[in-house]
Design a protein around this ligand. Structure first.
Ligand code: TYM
Length: 336
């Protein structure tokens, strides 16, 4: 009898800060949905990461749950995938410590997200902000992950995770799988609606810059109508037309239509008409997600069951890697 090959492994996560946005949906979640039955997937709400900027504890607790429920509302199937909070699986923080000792200051200092965030939060440049990519490497390497579906902004962090894995393997023999990134061809970087040269960010102080997954249809329509474009009138993907390029990208990734086809469809039409069409596509895409979200929120016992049993399984899988690492670096094995 032929044995079925073992499914490959995916790990990905989102930080529970601000609001889950259309950028997160198009850059990451949409690919999670597409890959969730083909791979064994671990999707975490990476709450430890969110402490690198100041959080209100009550708000953070509420947001963590809302993020996990939004994963499920988007269509992540908890029967087939593990959905958990990073802080429930202690191996993440433990492996991060070990990997910190195999990562260089110079490597971390080159991370653009560190540079951006430390410029933005000058009053709180904490050590966690600096070593954050090491925790991300631990998240991934613990599960012997093959593939990491993320947006383009995480590429540099992923390269570092690969470098750390390779370095460790080189010194101690094969320990970690070296993971591959999976970045969408269209929509790897959805831009802010107000400043289309910057990425759409879930912690943007101006809510008009992003579409939240849970924004109601009126809000979505208003935000898209207010989106910054240019003084021209041509719906064409072109250099210098950042706002229109962004709207075309959103439309294309949500409808799976190539950009050229959308340009043809809107040839001779004005920005106003195009914006309404983009807003409608977003509203339609998010409608089922929002309906499922409300249902799931009314069933907190079920949600608790999902994240508790997922965390137990995640702990058992990740412990195998951690024990291997502890042994390789020279720690005495626990007798119980
Ligand atoms: P985070 O929380 O900033 O973003 C979550 C995911 O959404 C993608 N993303 C975007 N994609 C397209 N356009 C945008 N404007 C946009 N904004 C965000 C991100 O690329 C990401 O895939 N460090 C990570 C979280 C993390 C992680 C991990 C990811 C921690 N450990 C292990 C993968 C594997 C982060 O801050 O993502």
């Amino acid at each position: 009898m032929e044995s079925t090959p073992r499914k490959k492994i995916i790990f990905s996560g989102i930080q529970p800060s601000g609001h889950l946005t259309l950028g997160n949906y198009i850059g990451a979640l949409k690919n999670w949905l597409q890959l969730q039955y083909e791979y064994r997937c671990c999707f975490a709400v990476v709450d430890l990461h969110s402490l690198t900027v100041r959080q209100d504890p009550k708000e953070l607790r509420r947001r963590c749950l809302e993020f996990l429920v939004q994963y499920m509302a988007c269509g992540i199937d908890p029967k087939e995938n593990l959905l958990f909070f990073q802080s429930h699986v202690h191996t993440h923080a433990e492996l991060a410590w070990i990997l910190n000792c195999f990562t260089y200051m110079g490597e971390l200092g080159r991370m653009t997200q560190y540079k951006d965030k430390s410029a933005k939060h000058k009053e709180n440049i904490n050590a966690g902000l600096f070593t954050y990519p090491v925790l991300m490497a631990a998240d991934i390497l613990l599960y012997q992950t093959d593939l990491v579906p993320v947006g383009g902004d995480q590429k540099q962090h992923l390269e570092l995770a690969r470098d750390i894995a390779t370095r460790f393997n080189h010194q101690f023999g094969n320990t970690f799988k070296v993971p591959e990134p999976y970045i969408p061809k269209v929509g790897a970087r959805i831009m802010s609606l107000q400043e289309p040269t910057k990425k759409m960010s879930k912690s943007d102080e101006n809510p008009n810059g992003y579409i939240a997954i849970l924004d109601n249809p009126d809000t979505i329509m208003k935000k898209i109508k207010r989106a910054v474009t240019d003084s021209g009138n041509e719906i064409k993907y072109k250099e210098g037309k950042d706002g229109i390029n962004n709207l075309l990208t959103i439309y294309s990734s949500l409808t799976e239509q190539p950009i050229q086809q959308i340009e043809e469809k809107f040839e001779g039409k004005g920005y106003g008409e195009f914006k309404v069409a983009v807003a409608e596509v977003i509203i339609e895409s998010l409608k089922p997600v929002q309906a499922r979200y409300q249902d799931l929120m009314n069933n907190k016992d079920y949600i608790e069951q999902v994240y508790t049993s997922s965390a137990e399984k995640a702990l058992s899988i990740s412990n195998r890697t951690l024990s291997k690492v502890y042994k390789k670096v020279g720690f005495i094995s626990k007798s119980v």
